[in-house]
Design a binder for this molecule. Structure first.
Ligand code: FAD
Length: 483
């Protein structure tokens, strides 16, 4: 009820509305100075169903409020002897921005994206209606909510998601660093040997999470961890045997630490400590690198060199070897099609603000160059991702934009780089290039050259500096700080 009241108030008085859950979003999507803020954090209800029936699905499921975080969801799954698909990050809002943006998981190579597991959602739409969206009830809205991004089509208040049987997991960790025992060439040869079999690893259901940097003066590669759901240690060793042979030939002693768990929860809990963000890492970008780059050794070498270039230039790289393209298939939704072809989701981050422009205008173009036609993950991406529409949603963007205009003609919901956000602009920038969410949200003037209902997004992409749309006066009032 209070969600409906807030939406009606924002729509009728033309007040900027912000939906905030945990505030984890890297692109400041849950902020907006002076706006009316809806905080979903306390919607913590969790209910387990032994056997839930929705469409063709019959099996265990959870209904979870929109404020439930990953660690709470995983605890509930353990308590009920099942497994669910969520992120590695402990405090992320599983039924908030995580699933709405797609959501990758240590279990994605087996089960797909977090959003593939949703059976239904309860949502308040821009006109103030409280609806249930599923394959059979408001199916277009349901399609858009799964991967179309948060703060765009409505305020979700709860979701029903599938649960799976309990599974064992084997993990592997190691750290490789250049120094007295490891030369620079050996470091990169070892990493290249690991890259070689990315397709094989994800085909076996694996996921790995690793970081690369040269911030201390030495190159450091941390495998934190390599995650093998449904695999014993013996199976894990068999799959990765060529890699270990390569390390011996290269002459590097990696000192692997294997651990076997009989439950996903224990494996996840030990492998993924609470992460911090914002103190030393300032701004991320990302790219989904397609499987086809691994099917051609020349392309693989180019991809590898593009990753190395960022590390050599002072960047911090987080890599996820994951392929959310499960053997059992996945439902049609707004999830970026590039996810289904990817075997590497790589995040690059700058450590000092000076390099902010380098991230967008030097590193990202190189990553795009070696992965033409692919995209980036909207929830872990560049704040000013060029052509974000196609980068985040590929050929699904036109459908999403039309749906946005149909379901929210008042533009009640707005967020940086969300569907339809190209119709708005912040009145001020910080550090020259970054729209400030502390400034006014302004509607752009309609483009007189626009011939169809869908704007020519490419124009922002081709020339972001001399973007020709001019701003009208700010139509969204920053009601509360306006003096
Ligand atoms: C430490 C850390 C670890 C992470 N790990 C992973 C990971 O393993 N896998 C992965 O895929 N991503 C991961 N992410 C990215 C994460 O999925 C996104 O930051 C996500 O947007 C967080 O959602 P939230 O609801 O917690 O955050 P918020 O910042 O509160 O919300 C994010 C966006 O969703 C909107 N939103 C939130 N709730 C609702 C709602 N109920 N209805 C409508 N809109 C809503 C907000 O308005 C905002 O636009 C991680 C991020 C961090 C910081």
């Amino acid at each position: 009820m209070s969600v409906q009241l807030a939406i009606n108030l924002a729509r009728n008085l033309n007040i900027r509305l912000v939906i905030k859950n945990t505030g984890h979003d890297f692109s400041a999507k849950s902020t907006g100075a002076g706006s009316l803020s809806l905080w979903t954090h306390n919607l913590k209800d969790i209910r387990f169903y032994d056997s839930y029936h929705e469409g063709s699905y019959k099996g265990p499921a959870f209904k979870m409020g929109a404020g439930v975080q990953v660690f709470e969801a995983y605890k509930a799954a353990r308590k009920n002897n099942v497994t669910i698909v969520g992120g590695e990050g402990r405090t992320v809002g599983i039924t908030g921005g995580y699933i709405l943006g797609g959501g990758h998981s240590p279990l994605s190579s087996i089960y797909g994206m977090g959003s593939d597991q949703v059976l239904s959602m309860e949502v308040v739409t821009a006109d103030g209606q409280f609806l249930t969206a599923s394959e059979t009830s408001h199916p277009e809205l349901f399609w858009a909510l799964r991967g179309g991004g948060g703060s765009t089509f409505g305020v979700v208040t709860s979701m029903v998601i599938k649960a799976f049987p309990k599974i064992p997991v084997t993990t592997l960790t190691f750290v490789l660093s250049t120094g007295r025992d490891v030369l620079v060439d050996q470091f990169w040869q070892t990493l290249r040997a690991y890259f070689q079999d990315f397709i094989k690893y994800t085909d076996a259901g694996m996921y790995s999470y690793f970081s690369l940097n040269a911030l201390s003066g030495n190159y450091v590669w941390t495998m934190q961890p390599w995650f093998g759901p449904n695999l014993t240690k013996t199976q894990f060793e068999e799959i990765t045997a060529p890699f270990w042979i390569a390390t011996r030939i290269i002459g590097v002693d990696l000192k692997p630490v294997y651990k076997e768990y009989d439950d996903f929860y224990e494996a996840w809990d030990e492998s993924f400590p609470l992460e911090s963000w914002g103190t030393n890492l300032q701004r991320p970008g990302s790219r989904l690198f397609p499987r086809e780059n691994w099917e051609n050794q020349t392309k693989l070498s180019e991809t590898f060199e593009a990753i190395r270039y960022v590390v050599d230039s002072g960047g911090y790289v987080l890599g996820f070897n994951v392929a959310p393209n499960p053997k059992g298939g996945y439902p049609d939704s707004a999830v970026n099609p590039a996810w289904r072809k990817a075997v590497l989701h790589a995040v690059d981050a700058v450590t000092i603000q000076f390099w902010s422009s380098i991230l967008t205008y030097d590193w990202s173009p190189l990553w795009r160059y070696v992965s033409p036609g692919s995209g980036a993950y909207l929830s872990e991406s560049d704040y000013i991702e060029p052509d974000f529409q196609h980068s985040f949603w590929g050929n699904k963007y036109e459908r999403l934009y039309k749906l946005k205009k149909q379901l929210d003609p008042w533009d009640v919901f707005y967020a940086q780089n969300a569907v339809g956000s190209e119709d708005f602009q912040m009145s001020e920038n910080v550090f020259g290039i970054l729209p400030s969410q502390n400034s006014r949200l302004c509607r752009r003037k309609p483009d007189p050259l626009r011939s169809s209902a869908v704007p020519d997004f490419r124009r922002t992409y081709i020339d972001p500096i001399v973007f020709i749309w001019t701003m009208t006066e700010c139509e969204k009032l920053l009601q509360f700080d306006d003096g």
